[in-house]
Design a protein around this ligand. Structure first.
Ligand code: SAM
Length: 159
């Protein structure tokens, strides 16, 4: 499979899992944490999909399209491993994390700290949607729809 196909499958899975949470009205109350602003495409989708939510958006720098830059008070700039600690206990409804690199050795390091932070920011009954697996005892992995390629994106619910 080409990298283009992999990218398209990953983005399709990301969008469809976020839409599934909306369509089935699954999110409890609470803010949405966008972990990795990047170009802001997912942030753009999130604010359109969940217009009544507060967003807290993490990245080490702002490099988003100018139409998708969060308000300053919603932006947390710095290394997520450090900055997200202050948001443990936020009772978030959703943590979306798109910070995989495609390099297994680098992603393995992220996967050693991201699950604890994601679980810590979520409220019980909240959801995590992530491009990297989040192996944590409080995060129950949920099945994804059949049309999505397994292993491209993951859906969890905090116990
Ligand atoms: N979903 C985004 C979009 O729609 O444009 C793309 C996110 S991009 C793949 C990942 C982003 O996460 C990059 O902007 C990168 O700077 C940020 N990032 C990755 N790891 C990070 C870390 N450990 N700390 C802070 N930012 C990080």
């Amino acid at each position: 499979m080409s990298r283009l196909d992999i990218f398209i499958n990953r983005m399709t899975a990301q969008r469809d899992l976020l839409n599934l949470l909306r369509d089935q009205n699954l999110l409890p109350d609470g803010p949405i944490m966008e972990v990795g602003l990047g170009n802001g495409r997912t942030y753009s989708h999130l604010i359109e999909t969940f217009p009544d939510r507060r967003f807290i958006v993490f990245d080490r720098h702002v490099a988003a399209h100018k139409t998708s830059i969060p308000p300053e008070e919603d932006l947390v700039i710095g290394e997520i491993r450090e900055t997200a600690r202050a948001y443990i206990g936020s009772e978030a409804a959703l943590v979306h994390a798109d910070i995989g690199t495609g390099y297994p050795e680098k992603d393995a390091i992220v996967m050693s700290w991201l699950p604890e932070l994601a679980a810590g920011m979520l409220r019980s009954g909240g959801y995590a949607v992530s491009g990297l697996a989040l192996d944590h005892p409080q995060l129950e992995m949920l099945p994804i729809p059949d049309h999505l390629e397994p292993g491209r994106y993951y859906l969890y619910r905090k116990i």
